[in-house]
Design a protein around this ligand. Structure first.
Ligand code: NAD
Length: 250
């Protein structure tokens, strides 16, 4: 059984922590006792996340960086490690969409999505993985999407990045398992955040028809599962995909 505040004394680095799922994940990991290294492109954007974590009695610092910039990420991970002394948990959550039908998709839109969603996770996992290997412990959770499992018309770039994260995560799980590090994937379905609020009522209604649990997801639905994967209760789980989508994909 899980004790309360089962992440006491641990340090969690969460990318895309300025809003949406990343903010909820940072809040939940902090509520379980972890100190948070919160990452987004700008420090200003992270202010509300830091405030909410601190208001609840937690510790959080902002580390602004573009996840697509490999050298900047290396330097940032160094700073976070210096500030907190270690990194126990890495949540690769930062992600974007640049939707469009394939025949009209700009190469730039393909590249930006892959560089952020997939390459960004590689950029963080390499330096943080080195730290985790040295301490022979660590938890990595990558946020993919049901779109990475099913594909979606108009999202070939996004689906490729999210499917890529799954192969990446299974490889990382195999490479790092002997060092006591787990790596798992969470595939959210349709969660109400800034990323999805522009979809319109008609599309939302259609989506609801495909969701057996008959509601859209909330950021906390994802945060709780991420926290579980970082908890002692999940120490024998690695290389797995947990779909959190109200039953849409089964
Ligand atoms: P969001 O747009 O609300 O937040 C995205 C976060 O990523 C923000 O903090 C943003 O600053 C950060 N970010 C984006 N590009 C960045 C970059 N280059 N460098 C640093 N930070 C960057 O999105 P969300 O809905 O909270 O989604 C979070 C993750 O969950 C994404 O990876 C998304 O693909 C995935 N996801 C979301 C849903 C959903 O329904 N909302 C469904 C499936 C998967």
């Amino acid at each position: 059984m899980l004790s309360t505040r089962y992440l006491e004394g641990q340090v969690a680095l969460v990318t895309g922590a300025s809003r949406g799922l990343g903010r909820a994940i940072a809040q939940e990991l902090a509520a379980q006792g972890a100190s948070i290294a919160a990452v987004a492109r700008s420090a200003d954007a992270l202010a509300a996340t830091l405030e909410s974590v601190r208001a609840a009695g937690g510790t959080a610092e902002a580390f602004p960086v573009d996840v697509a910039d490999s050298a900047a990420v290396d330097a940032m991970v160094d700073q976070a490690n210096t500030r907190f002394g270690k990194i126990d948990i890495l949540v690769n959550n930062a992600g974007i969409t640049r939707d469009g039908l394939l025949m009209r998709m700009k190469t730039e839109d393909w590249d930006t999505v892959i560089n952020t969603n997939l390459k960004g996770a590689f950029h963080f996992t390499r330096p943080v993985g080195r730290l985790m290997v040295k301490q022979r412990a660590g938890r990595i959770v990558n946020i993919s999407s049901v779109v990475g499992l099913m594909g979606n018309a108009g999202q070939a770039n996004y689906a490729a990045s999210k499917a890529g994260l799954i192969g990446f995560s299974k490889s990382v799980a195999r490479e790092f398992a002997s060092r006591g590090i787990t790596c798992n994937v969470v595939c959210p379905g349709f969660i109400e955040t800034d990323m999805t609020k522009g979809l319109g009522e008609e599309l939302q209604k259609k989506l609801l028809e495909k969701i057996p649990l008959q509601r859209l997801g909330q950021p906390d639905d994802i945060a709780g599962v991420v926290a579980f994967l970082c908890s002692p209760a999940a120490s024998y789980i690695t290389g797995q995909i947990i779909t959190v989508d109200g039953g849409m994909v089964m």
